[in-house]
Ligand binder design. Structure first.
Ligand code: CO
Length: 138
């Protein structure tokens, strides 16, 4: 397995299509769209995925309903940097290490993320002010 640390940077946006138009210009690329009904969000992922890619991506995240966690985030803080996502080899093992160390977790049990991989969120209190997403790369 390769050792890329950063999967993506998540940016909370209120209007996905509008934000995606801007980020198409910024990145010079087209996104892949994914619905994540579990989290009541739709995302636009910029940057290559799959075998052989070599860099971190940008994920625009927009709420699909008013009770989405992202809707609450936007109403409190507005648009902007929301989370960074770190690759891990074994997400259950990493979560249990963090838990043993007393780190505050949002997800103690992984769920399935936008791209079908196991993910879990670590609370910003544990991430020194940054919401961290862990992702087990399949
Ligand atoms: Co993410």
């Amino acid at each position: 397995m390769d050792k890329y640390l950063l999967s993506h940077i998540g940016i909370a946006v209120s209007d996905l299509e509008r934000a995606a138009e801007t980020y198409k210009l910024i990145t010079g690329s087209h996104p892949e769209y994914h619905d994540v009904p579990d989290q009541k969000v739709r995302v636009a992922m910029f940057g290559a995925t799959g075998e052989g890619y070599s860099g971190a991506r940008i994920e625009l995240v927009a709420p699909t309903s008013d009770d989405s966690p992202i809707a609450k985030y936007l109403s409190r803080k507005g648009e902007g940097l929301h989370h960074i996502c770190i690759y891990v080899d074994d997400i259950e093992a990493r979560l249990s290490q963090l838990k043993s160390a007393g780190a505050k977790l949002i997800d103690e049990i992984p769920r399935i993320g936008a791209e079908g991989n196991k993910i879990a969120f670590v609370h910003p209190a544990a991430g020194h002010g940054v919401l961290i997403e862990l992702e087990e790369r399949s």
